[in-house]
Write a protein that binds this ligand. Structure first.
Ligand SMILES: [Zn+2]
Length: 507
C-alpha cells in the first residue's frame, strides 16, 4: 500500500546509554530502505543525525523540518518515534506539521501512526514518554517501590483528610479537611444518618465533585471503610501498618463498621441492575453475542445469550466471583502507579516550562522573519518600479515571499495553543490512569465495570471462562509499552454488594 508522498528517511545514532537496544545506523537504514522498496515509497533523501534527541536543536532534524515546511518532502520514515523526538518541543513541531498537512505520512516499522486525533495523541505520548524516560522510571520503581510499602509509607494518592507531601514523599494530615473526616465518622457511628444524608453533610463543608454536585455514595462508603484513617492502609489486597499519623481512633472506626454490618442485615437485596454489574460488559468470543447475567441462590452468574443463529455456542457460564478477579487483573495493566505518575507530572511540568520558553523564543524569530520578508517585498516592488526586474520575475518572487509569510503567520497563530492542549490532554489521562488503581483496590464492581467500559470499549471477551480485552487508545499505550510489567498484582475487592452463600455451584 503506497502512501503518496515524498519521504525523508531519518536515522539517528544511538548516543545514549539507554539506546542500547536500538539498531545501529546501518541496520536502521537498511531496514528502512527495505520498507521503502517494499511499499514503493518515493525517498527524497536519507538523513543521518549524530546528536541525541533529548534536547531540542539538532541540526539535521531542524533542516529536515525546514525542508518539509517548504514542501520539499511531506513524509518521514524512521525506526521509531523516539528516533525523531524525545522532547515535547520537537515532538510538538512534528505534530504541528501533521496538523497543517505539511506532513502527510509518518511511517515507523515499530509504531503505527495514523493522522486521526487519537493517532496524534498517541504520537505525542510516544514523543514525551520516550524509552529513556520509561526505563529510568522502571528502574527507580523496582528499587524503591516495595521498600516504600515495607517502610509503611502509603504509596498512593492521599485520600480525603490527607495530603501528599512531595518533599518527604509521604502523606500528611490535611489540617483543614481531617476534622471533616472525623465528623463524618462520628455522624455515621450514631447509626441515625444514612450515607445519602452524609452527601449533603459533606457538601455543606465544601467537599463536592468538581461540577459542584454532592460526592457519590461510593465515595463516602470508601472513606468510611478505609483503614488509613486509624493508621493502617490497604494495598494490593493486604493491610499494612502505616507510618502516617492517624486521624481517628480504631474504636471509632470499629463503631462505624458495626453500623455497616447492622445495616447490611436489614437492607433488602439491591435491584437487579446493581446485582449484575458486568451485565453486557463482555462479549462471547465464540459467537460474538453479549454476555448476560442472572442471579440464582444469591449468586450472580454470567453466560452467553447464545442468540447467534449461525453458530451453535457451547460456552459455559461463569460465577461473578470467578470473573471479578480476572477483570481486576485486566484493568491493573492499565493502571499507572502513583509514583510513576508523580514523576511523569513533574517531567511534564518541566516540559511545559521549556515549551513555553521555546515558544516565546520561536515567536521572536518568526516576528523578525516576518519583518524581514515585508522589507524584502517592498524592496522588490521598488526594483520593479525602477524597471530593474521583469514583471514576471517580480510576480514569481512576490508569490514565494507571500507564501512564506503566510506560513509564518499561521505558525505564529498556532504556536501557543496546540502545544498546551496536548500537555493538558496528557495530564488528564495521567490522572485517570492513576485513579484506576484506587478503583481496582477499593471501588465497587460497578465502578470497575465503568472503568472497563472506558478502557476496553466493546473489546472485552469471554472465552471458556477466561476474560480478555484489548484496550482502546490512549489506554492501549500503557500495556503496549510495558509500563505496567512490574505491577504489584492487585486483588479483587470484597464483594460488598452480594450476600455470600455456600449454596452456589462453583462451576
Ligand atoms: Zn456464545
Amino acid at each position: 500500500m503506497a502512501v503518496p508522498g515524498k519521504y525523508f528517511i531519518y536515522a539517528r545514532k544511538s548516543t545514549d546509554v539507554e539506546d542500547k537496544q536500538v539498531r545501529s545506523i546501518d541496520a536502521q537504514l537498511s531496514e528502512l530502505r527495505a520498507i521503502a522498496q517494499r511499499d514503493g515509497l518515493f525517498v527524497v533523501a536519507e538523513l543521518v543525525e549524530k546528536q541525541s534527541a533529548k534536547a531540542p536543536g539538532r541540526p539535521v532534524f531542524n533542516s529536515m523540518l525546514n525542508s518539509i515546511q517548504h514542501g520539499e518532502a511531506n513524509a518521514i520514515l524512521a525506526w521509531h518515534p523516539d528516533r525523531l523526538a524525545r522532547n515535547m518541543t520537537d515532538g510538538g513541531r512534528i505534530i504541528d506539521l501533521v496538523d497543517t498537512e505539511k506532513i502527510a505520512a509518518l511511517r515507523f516499522p515499530t509504531f503505527w501512526f495514523d493522522t486521526t486525533p487519537q493517532g496524534k495523541f498517541m504520537l505525542s505520548m510516544a514523543f514525551s514518554q520516550s524509552k529513556y524516560y520509561v526505563d529510568a522510571l522502571a528502574e527507580n520503581t523496582k528499587r524503591g517501590y516495595r521498600e516504600k510499602i515495607r517502610r509503611g509509607e502509603y504509596p498512593g494518592i492521599a485520600p480525603l483528610g490527607y495530603l501528599n507531601d512531595p518533599r518527604i514523599k509521604r502523606i500528611v494530615i490535611d489540617r483543614e479537611r481531617a476534622p471533616v473526616v472525623v465528623e463524618l465518622f462520628e455522624e455515621f457511628a450514631t447509626g441515625k444518618v444514612t450515607i445519602e444524608g452524609l452527601r449533603d453533610f459533606l457538601r455543606k463543608r465544601g467537599i463536592q465533585s468538581q461540577t459542584g454536585r454532592p460526592k457519590s455514595n461510593e465515595f463516602i462508603t470508601r472513606i468510611l471503610k478505609n483503614p488509613i484513617y486509624y493508621g493502617h492502609f490497604r494495598y494490593a489486597g493486604d493491610i499494612h501498618e502505616g507510618v502516617h499519623d492517624a486521624i481517628l481512633t480504631k474504636a471509632l472506626f470499629d463503631r462505624v463498621q458495626e453500623v455497616f454490618a447492622r445495616r447490611w442485615r436489614y437492607t433488602r437485596p439491591k435491584p437487579a441492575s446493581v446485582a449484575k454489574p458486568f451485565l453486557d460488559l463482555f462479549r462471547c468470543s465464540q459467537c460474538g453475542m453479549s454476555i448476560t447475567g442472572e442471579v440464582q441462590k444469591g449468586c450472580t452468574y454470567y453466560r452467553c445469550t447464545k442468540k447467534n443463529k449461525a453458530i451453535k455456542c457451547s460456552q459455559p457460564y461463569i460465577r461473578e466471583d470467578a470473573l471479578s478477579p480476572q477483570l481486576s487483573r485486566l484493568l491493573s495493566r492499565y493502571s499507572l502507579r502513583s509514583d510513576w505518575a508523580e514523576q511523569m507530572l513533574q517531567k511534564l511540568q518541566a516540559e511545559q516550562v521549556d515549551a513555553t520558553r521555546l515558544t516565546e523564543e520561536r515567536a521572536v524569530v518568526i516576528r523578525r522573519e516576518i519583518e524581514r520578508l515585508k522589507g524584502k517585498t517592498s524592496r522588490l516592488l521598488e526594483m520593479r518600479l525602477d524597471g530593474e526586474i521583469e514583471a514576471s520575475t517580480h510576480l514569481k518572487k512576490k508569490a514565494t515571499m507571500m507564501a512564506e509569510k503566510k506560513s509564518l503567520d499561521e505558525e505564529l497563530a498556532n504556536l501557543d495553543q496546540t502545544r498546551h492542549t496536548r500537555i493538558e490532554l496528557f495530564r488528564n489521562w495521567i490522572s485517570e490512569a492513576t485513579n484506576l488503581g484506587e478503583t481496582i483496590d477499593n471501588g465497587t464492581l460497578d465502578d470497575q465495570a465503568t472503568a472497563a467500559r472506558k478502557i476496553f470499549g466493546s473489546n472485552l471477551f469471554l472465552d471458556r471462562k477466561r476474560a480478555r480485552g484489548e484496550a482502546v487508545k490512549p489506554w492501549a499505550f500503557l500495556a503496549v509499552n510495558g509500563l505496567s510489567d512490574d505491577m504489584v498484582p492487585r486483588t479483587r475487592i470484597e464483594l460488598v454488594t452480594l450476600p455470600s452463600s455456600g449454596e452456589c455451584s462453583t462451576n
